[in-house]
Design a protein around this ligand. Structure first.
Ligand code: DX5
Ligand code: ZN
Length: 220
């Protein structure tokens, strides 16, 4: 399982940006390069326009993974599908607060199955919606782009949200704050300075020829 050393910023390459014709090699390469988790973007064509992949793809990634799987569900009614992703090998399951009427129930359900539970917030969603849930969360995912595609530009106004969450009196000390979208060696600095502890990186890792250097640069 993930060892979260104090003050260590974790890097989670997004497999969405990998070359799927060499999936096993791409997974091994980022792990060898120092990835702490693998981020898996599940899109349903409804919550977000594209359709990416489902449980079978996650199961295939799990076969080659030595680090935990960080599954980001960009799907409507996530409660209908979490069990399938747990069976496929998810270590973290993060769903969007905008996508379900019963986020508290779903967090309890995920945790009761021994999986870490996270909630994601779109750039247009206030962190205040999370207040009643904050004490129960293992992870908060602050979307730093509007979800749906890799390769978009970081939205600067999300920095305030990261700051508000990381300083929140109800945030448990173990709860991770993940940022996702447009994270590169420039934008990661601000995110880390304001409390981010997991950096999701698609283009800024898989879009380069030297994954180890890319991951090292993100952390600093
Ligand atoms: C966007 C996804 C992201 C995406 C990140 O909807 O949630 O995880 O893969 O890609 P980059 O790092 O290229 O912005
Ligand atoms: Zn994501």
């Amino acid at each position: 399982m993930l060892t979260n050393q104090k003050n260590k910023v974790l890097v989670a390459p997004s497999v969405l940006a990998a070359d799927w014709s060499n999936l096993e090699g791409e997974i091994k390469a980022v792990q060898d390069a120092g990835a702490d988790l693998l981020h898996l973007d599940v899109m349903d064509g409804s919550f977000v326009p594209p359709i990416s992949f489902g449980q079978d793809f996650v199961r295939t990634v799990k076969e080659h993974a030595e680090v935990p799987l960080d599954v980001h569900l960009m799907i409507v009614n996530p409660e209908k599908h979490v069990q399938g992703f747990i069976d496929a090998g998810a270590d973290f399951i993060t769903f969007h607060i905008e996508a379900t009427a019963h986020p508290h129930r779903l967090v309890q359900e995920i945790k009761s199955k021994g999986v870490k539970a996270g909630i994601a917030l779109n750039p247009g969603t206030s962190y205040m919606l999370l207040e009643p849930l904050l004490q129960d969360l293992d992870l908060v995912l602050v979307m730093t782009v509007n979800p749906g595609w890799g390769g978009q530009n970081f939205i600067k106004s999300t920095i305030d949200k990261i700051k508000c969450i990381s300083n929140h009196r109800l945030l448990p000390s173990h709860t991770l704050i993940e940022v996702d979208g447009g994270i590169n060696q420039l934008t990661s600095k601000d995110c880390i300075a304001h409390g981010a502890t997991i950096l999701v990186a698609g283009t800024s890792v898989y879009g380069t020829s030297d994954y180890a250097t890319a991951i090292t640069k993100l952390r600093h």
